[in-house]
Structure formats: C-alpha cells, structure tokens
Design a protein around this ligand. Structure first.
Ligand SMILES: C[S@@+](CC[C@H](N)C(=O)[O-])C[C@H]1O[C@@H](n2cnc3c(N)ncnc32)[C@H](O)[C@@H]1O
Length: 219
C-alpha cells in the first residue's frame, strides 16, 4: 500500500493548497504533478524537514508555484488558503495547531493517533465532515476531510470513535479485527484487580463497530 497515494486521493482540485508538516514534500509533489493545485505552500516547523521538500520541489519553487515557509502550524499560512493538509502528526498536535491558528476553509487531516479527539474538536467547532474514513493493509490510517462551514454531523459514539465512512469500509473490518484481537490478548494478560475499564470500553466499541459494519454490509 502506498500511503502517500492513498492519502493524496483525498485532495480536491483547488487553486491554493498548503501542506503543513510537509517533511519530504511528497504530498505537494503529488498535488502539483496531477494538476490538483495551481499554487502550493510547503510548511514545516523543522528547517531540516522543510529542506527535503525544498530540494524535491526546487523547480516549482523557482517558477513561483511553491512557497516554502518554516513555521509552527498555521502561523504563516494565509487564512484564505483554499485547502490545507495536515498529515502524519498526532490528533492532539493537530488540535493545538487549529486552536492557535484557524480552521481552514477545506481540510484533510490524517492523525496518527487520537482521531476521536480530533473529530470531537472539529464537530464542536461546527465543521462539516464530508468524509471520515480509513485506509491501509497491516497499518491503518484514519483520514478526516471537511469544510470550516456547513452543518456539523450528528455523530453517535461509534462514529466519533472510528469515523462515519470507516464503518462501511472493508479496510475498517480488517483494522477492527486486528485491534480487537490485540486488545483481547492484553485483557487476557491483565493482572486480576488491575484497572482494565478503559481496555474493556475499547473492546466494547470495537465489537459494536464490527456488528454495525456486518449489519450494513449484509443488508
Ligand atoms: C511524520 S512527518 C509527516 C510528513 C507528511 N505530512 C506525511 O504525512 O507523510 C511529520 C512532520 O510534521 C512536522 N511538524 C510537527 N509538528 C509541527 C508543527 N506544529 N507545525 C509544523 N510542522 C510540524 C515535523 O517536523 C515533521 O516533518
């Protein structure tokens, strides 16, 4: 599985695209090479990471199509940027970036952990989530795509935990089965008397999600 290609399939055609936490710059390269954006901003808090993207995209920087900024989160990203990608960071870090900055007009977030926290944050800020899905084979990645404006969805507990579209996706069934097995084996190894309540709750959520997936796909 090519994570960059799977992730970048979420990018809509737009005029300006910003890749925050761009590191190598592959996502921006993907967007430019497929004509998905006319202008792009590559941004990273680490000058060393950013230099990789600058090297990769040097031709586009020279032509003026790409602007490179070394900044924390959205600090130097214009608020009217049409579409912003933040991928490969934790959900809490993404929330910090949005709280200090702004919610982009159109966004794609791919949190490495704490996706449920990010969903709750976005919905509490009134964002519309247009796709909330997962991809992967043995490693799985949740992607939350949406817009600053529009109606926030009325998620239930399972949708907050895993994303609305994931619950219909065969990739999710594979993820959930793997996670459930892992957690059941942790539970089996827990000492008697230790507090396993959060593990039991995670197991219950996974079982509920698998049941819903099976109901949806069998109906
Ligand atoms: C694991 S890489 C992900 C690269 C790419 N976005 C991807 O998904 O393949 C995370 C990158 O985010 C950058 N980063 C972490 N926190 C950041 C922040 N607050 N603002 C901007 N960049 C940040 C790191 O320096 C690193 O280059």
């Amino acid at each position: 599985m090519d994570r960059i290609a799977e992730l970048c399939a979420y990018i809509d055609a737009c005029y300006t695209f910003a890749d925050v936490g761009c590191d190598h710059g592959y996502c921006t390269q993907y967007a430019l090479e497929r004509g998905l954006c006319r202008r792009a901003i590559i941004a990273d808090v680490s000058a060393k990471s950013l230099s990789k993207a600058e090297k990769l995209l040097s031709g586009h920087i020279a032509s003026g199509a790409v602007l490179s900024v070394c900044c924390d989160g959205l600090d130097d990203i214009p608020e009217d940027t049409e579409q912003v990608l933040i991928a490969g960071m934790g959900g809490e870090e993404i929330i910090k970036i949005l709280s200090r900055g702004f919610i982009p007009r159109k966004f794609i977030f791919q949190p490495m952990k704490n996706a449920p926290l990010l969903r709750r944050y976005l919905i509490s800020r009134g964002c519309n989530i247009t796709r909330d899905d997962v991809f992967g084979d043995d490693k799985f990645y949740f992607v939350i795509k949406g817009t600053r404006q529009g109606a926030a969805p009325d998620y239930d507990e399972l949708e907050y935990a895993f994303g609305r579209d994931s619950l219909k996706n065969p990739a999710f069934a594979r993820y959930a089965a793997t996670e459930l097995n892992k957690k059941l084996s942790y539970l089996g190894g827990c000492d008697e008397g230790s507090d396993s309540s959060s593990l039991r709750r995670e197991i219950a959520l996974l079982k509920g999600a698998i049941e819903r997936y099976e109901r949806k796909t069998n109906s």
